[in-house]
Design a protein around this ligand. Structure first.
Ligand SMILES: C[S@@+](CC[C@H](N)C(=O)[O-])C[C@H]1O[C@@H](n2cnc3c(N)ncnc32)[C@H](O)[C@@H]1O
Length: 419
């Protein structure tokens, strides 16, 4: 068999699915309930996607015979950016739809993607519950936090990838291929792909509503949001980062909890380090929900509670306040809500630029209103990351097939001999 078969749930515009197609899979059926995302999928990938709410689609409507189930079950309820992180959020239970379909269809592998915040949700209880549930239906399950830039994507996007299989195999995660290039002990990685490497040709090109030719190449969706909100949520009272840092350092010392442990508790990689760093460039004050969580851990008094956590809506000068994306490093995470200012500072990142940072090919055309296009892209798994995961699973399936055929051949020989 040259290609394997996969089904995509919560496929969106198809980032993960396209990555798997590029690594040797055919998507035989997919689903999403976002009309624009489904239209984009149909236009670029194929008609196999069904528009509809998965909670209302019976397993009988899904084809039976496929090797891998893919599903980036919705992340809003799980996101660290969302203050209402809770077990009660109904969207948190959409993974149960994936569980139902896996139980009914028994694919050899499944791959689920989610935001980093899922690791710390309910102190890790949610991810444990999900892992247990998948294990209870006969799958060996592992999850890892992968950073897209480590695999050649020009973006420091971190996502949790959960892989399960029912073949008794080790779950294969892709090896890191890219890095800073100054790791003395590991010179096997290539340098990170930076924003400049992939956006340079569009840097000075004004955005426009229609596709156009740029040095013989068709450019689609080079269109950007121009309206900006002039209000933002900011701290009500003045608070000095140095003072908060001294205070937190003192209480961390008293509690004897290391920065590393604090990061592990929150599911962050380096954030806690910034809370204990007294420098205005890289140090930061915890956001309110993190402050309350930190208080439970370090048991500090209420000296700074009001100053750190009371917020109000303020008027902004947007040029000063919005984040400007990077240029000589991989990009910050492309989100579903709104793009950052382009490093040339004259406009926001266009839909095409966001798509490139998510490694969608230039001939992948997005449909729908501007906000919807940004949302489809921000929700996606970078195509290249999807491909790297797909390649690992493809190779596992191939080796397994080979083993199976050897065992079968041996069985036939044995039977012949015994005759
Ligand atoms: C994180 S995005 C997945 C992105 C996709 N994996 C990709 O790589 O492009 C989650 C998707 O789940 C879809 N979704 C949420 N609830 C759904 C439901 N009840 N039924 C079907 N799709 C749903 C959303 O429309 C969204 O496109």
């Amino acid at each position: 068999m040259d290609r394997f078969k996969a089904v995509g749930l919560f496929s969106g515009c198809g980032g993960l699915d396209l990555g798997f197609i590029n690594s040797g899979f055919d998507i035989i059926w997919a689903n999403d309930f976002d009309k624009d995302a489904v239209n984009t999928y149909k236009k670029n990938i194929g008609p196999e996607i069904k528009l509809g709410d998965i909670t209302k689609i019976s397993s009988g409507e899904i084809p039976d015979d496929f090797d891998v189930l893919l599903g980036g079950f919705p992340c809003q309820g799980f996101s660290v950016a969302n203050t209402k992180r809770s077990m009660e959020d109904k969207r948190n239970f959409l993974y149960l739809e994936m569980l139902r379909i896996i139980r009914d269809k028994k694919p050899k592998f499944f791959v689920a993607e989610n935001v980093k915040g899922i690791l710390s949700l309910q102190k890790g209880e949610v991810i444990r519950m999900i892992k247990n549930d998948f294990e209870s239906i006969g799958y060996k399950v592992n999850y890892r936090l992968l950073k897209a830039s480590d695999y050649g994507v020009p973006q420091n996007r971190e996502r949790v990838i959960i892989i399960g299989n029912r073949l008794g195999l080790d779950n294969p995660f892709p090896l890191i291929t890219h890095g800073t290039g100054n790791d003395l002990f590991n010179n096997t990685t290539k340098p990170y792909v930076n924003v400049k490497d992939i956006l340079d040709d569009l840097k000075a090109v004004r955005t426009r509503d229609f596709s156009f030719d740029l040095d013989g190449k068709q450019i689609h969706n080079h269109i950007a949001r121009t309206n900006v909100s002039d209000k933002f949520w900011g701290r009500k009272h003045n608070v000095n980062q140095h003072d908060v840092c001294d205070y937190l350092k003192l209480w961390r010392k008293k509690s004897g909890i290391s920065t590393k442990k604090i990061d592990a508790h929150f599911g962050y990689a380096h954030t806690a380090g910034h809370w204990f760093r007294k420098d205005n460039n890289s140090g930061s004050i915890p956001k309110p929900e993190d402050w309350w969580e930190l208080k439970k851990l370090l048991e500090f008094d209420d000296e700074f509670d009001k100053r750190v956590t009371e917020m109000e809506e303020k008027t902004i000068v947007f040029e000063q306040s919005l984040r400007i994306n990077n240029w000589d490093t991989p990009s910050d995470t492309i989100t579903a809500t709104g793009p950052e200012i382009h490093p040339n500072r004259k406009r926001r990142m266009s839909v095409r630029e966001c798509a490139r940072l998510q490694t969608f090919p230039d001939d992948f055309v997005f449909t729908g209103a501007l906000n919807s296009m940004y949302r489809q892209i921000g929700n996606a798994v970078p195509v290249l990351l999807g491909k790297r995961i797909g390649e690992e699973i493809f190779n596992s399936l191939k080796s397994h097939e080979l083993e199976e055929s050897k065992t079968e051949a041996n069985r036939v020989i044995r039977e012949e001999v015994l005759k």
